[in-house]
Design a protein around this ligand. Structure first.
Ligand code: WT7
Length: 633
């Protein structure tokens, strides 16, 4: 089965078909999968609800499309190549047949522990093959997985468990990450003190750290599978049954559970994977994301495995034990497609060419970027020194909510243009609108990016709160999905993503809501009010800058700032820790009490040349005080 586009004219042709007759187009793509029962309708869509259903009433199991469908042709082919954190320890190469058996066995273990179709299962695990097995086993039995990045704090984990009323948690004793050894099980124990729905915890042994096992609740992974058979019949799911929930930050409140369903997600992740990366059957593909993010879901696990690809899973970090580790791994496995984030590229670029020089990198055919806008300097460094000037670079724009890559060059097909996500994939109808929602047609336009027609892997709702879904994505411009990003279509019709236009900041490719960080800061007993903004950061893309009003009790600012940083680390996790905290006497507010963030962003960026109109401020004098405190030269 292949729906692979072969040429630029082929792309244009497919794109036109996908817009003119979307249902016919997607029915043809979906035909190459194994459905237990065919659909009645390809798409039913009402933009009032809004409600969307793809492949209505079809029955399937996504793992049958990964395993049973591929076993005859490539049972012995490597499904996962696993490279451990420590390069001196043994790697693992797991064939499709072996991965199938592990998945079936763990499916049986979860069933034996009382998990049923529809139950929610939290996965809080390191990048080890068992994490992939955990996701696939959930999908096999129809349990809804929610992977939580294992760097999140116990309270962030507890919030997610509570929101989805999880019945089971899958975790490990500890995690290896670079030189660190993180006691993960203890984090789970702490989280579970605040929750009441979890009945069982299955713990995979990874670091041999000492852990406490709660009797009746906690069970070792190896004990759970010991007596279980390696044969399991896949549960039959409706195309619109939930496949997973993934929590992500927005501009307001707590992270929301983005809901993805089975049929459409399957079709789109496979289709986009094979087309964007132009994967060929004997290639080795490597995406460096963590399975805690959507990139790990769609382009380490589902997209590649549905395509019968060999996907590399890396437990470690780019700089351990040395800053050439990525390139060493590329050479070791002769990686053909390499997909990473701009922040990693900038961090490695900062090390100079020394760490790159010892490696050949001649297996690479395609290199990719995801997670944030890639600046031109990083684009050229990546293209010239890693791609050696002869690998197409795919700058892939998409979101947790979109499920799959939406705007990207197709490798080797779409002419490359630095820092441009370029053109939409077939089936995707992006438009640029002005503030009033008028479509800006033609080239040389700039505005907000919306998608005007549903696509198979779009989110269906936010878990437990359909109203929030409607308000967040469909109320800015009624009837259209609003992405939260600004974009520009240039004179060639190529799209360039300009970054978020809402109160979301992108720190090293991780999405943070400013309100969420403020709420965490405000938990510190000495904090009265705070305002968080992003500022340009050489490596992270954006850094977190917090303006904080504190009470007056003497204690040095330095100690206080450290304490506030630690509060955020405890409440959300290390990724949300502010880079800069400035204690201020007040915040610039309008007469209606709104914080004028525009000014705060300018000061944080050390750009005070043109602060704009401050005459509507209730307290204009505060601006001078803040500037003085920011010590801008
Ligand atoms: C936001 C989504 C889905 C990938 C991982 C991040 C930004 C993502 C690009 C890109 C410019 C990008 C956007 C988007 N973003 N890829 N190639 N160029 N910006 O997923 O955490 O849901 O964040 O990441 O601002 O809205 P996410």
């Amino acid at each position: 089965m292949s729906n692979k586009i072969q040429s630029l004219s082929g792309y244009i042709h497919e794109y036109q078909k996908s817009v003119n007759e979307p249902e016919k187009f997607w029915a043809r793509i979906a035909d190459s999968f194994h459905w237990q029962k065919p659909w009645d309708n390809v798409l039913s869509w009402n933009n009032e609800g809004p409600h969307v259903k793809w492949f209505e009433n079809a029955k399937l199991n996504i793992t049958e499309n990964i395993f049973e469908r591929h076993l005859f042709t490539h049972g012995d082919k490597a499904a996962i190549i696993w490279e451990p954190n420590d390069p001196n320890l043994a790697n693992k190469i797991i064939s499709y047949r072996e991965l199938f058996e592990l998945t079936c066995q763990f499916s049986n273990a979860m069933l034996a522990q009382g998990v049923k179709k529809g139950d929610r299962v939290i996965i809080y695990m390191p990048m080890i093959p068992e994490a992939a097995v955990a996701m696939l086993a959930c999908a096999r039995i129809g349990a809804v997985h929610s992977v939580v990045f294992a760097g999140f704090s116990s309270s962030a984990l507890a919030d997610r468990i509570i929101d989805c009323e999880a019945k089971m948690v899958l975790t490990s004793d500890g995690n290896f990450r670079g030189s660190k050894n993180i006691p993960v099980k203890a984090v789970v124990d702490e989280a579970l003190e605040k929750t009441s729905t979890v009945e069982k915890v299955i713990v995979c042994k990874r670091t041999n750290a000492e852990v406490t096992m709660a009797s009746g609740r906690d069970i070792w992974w190896h004990d759970a599978i010991r007596e279980e058979s390696k044969i399991n019949t896949a549960e039959s799911l409706d195309a619109e049954d939930l496949l997973f929930i993934l929590y992500t930050s927005g501009s307001t409140g707590k992270p929301k559970g983005v809901v993805h369903t089975t049929g459409g997600y399957m079709v789109y992740t496979q289709y986009s994977f094979e087309n964007v990366f132009q994967y060929e059957q004997n290639d080795v593909y490597w995406c460096t994301a963590d399975i805690g993010w959507i990139t790990g879901h769609s382009y380490i696990i589902y997209g590649p495995l549905l395509s019968g690809a060999t996907t590399l899973m890396f437990e470690g970090v780019p700089t351990y034990p040395h800053p050439g580790r990525f390139w060493e791994v590329v050479d070791k496995y002769e990686v053909n497609q390499f997909y990473t984030a701009p922040t990693a590229i900038r961090a490695l670029q900062a090390q100079g060419l020394g760490p790159v020089a010892p490696y050949k990198l001649d297996s690479l055919k395609v290199i990719g970027s995801v997670g944030e806008p890639i600046n031109e300097e990083a684009w050229h460094w990546y293209h010239d020194h890693i791609g050696k000037g002869n690998c197409p670079l795919v700058d892939t724009w998409w979101q947790t909510e979109t499920g799959g890559i939406m705007i990207s060059p197709l490798a080797g097909i779409t002419p490359n243009k630095p820092a441009h996500a370029s053109l939409p994939l077939p089936g995707i109808q992006p438009i640029i609108v002005d503030a009033e929602g008028n479509e800006l047609k033609g080239n040389n336009v700039e505005g907000n990016l919306c998608i005007k027609f549903p696509w198979p892997s779009m989110l269906r709702t936010t878990y437990g709160d359909h109203k929030r879904f409607k308000e967040t994505y469909f109320s800015a411009y009624p009837g259209m999905y609003f992405t939260g990003d600004g974009a520009k279509r240039d004179h060639d019709g190529y799209i360039r993503i300009l970054g978020r236009v809402d109160d979301v900041i992108n720190v090293s490719g991780h999405r943070m809501g400013t309100a969420e960080v403020e709420n965490a800061i405000n938990e510190h007993p000495r904090v009265i009010e705070s305002a968080v903004v992003g500022f340009p950061h050489d490596i992270k893309g954006q850094g977190i800058y917090a303006y904080v009003i504190c009470d007056e009790d003497g204690i040095s600012n330095e100690i206080l700032i450290d304490e506030i940083k630690n509060t955020v680390r405890k409440i959300i996790g290390p990724i949300a820790k502010p880079d800069e905290i400035q204690i201020v006497p007040g915040l610039p507010k309008t007469r209606s009490g709104k914080i004028m963030r525009r000014i705060l962003r300018k000061v944080a960026s050390k750009d005070i040349s043109n602060l704009g109109d401050t005459s509507t401020l209730l307290n204009p004098e505060i601006v001078e005080q803040i500037i003085a405190g920011a010590q801008i030269k």
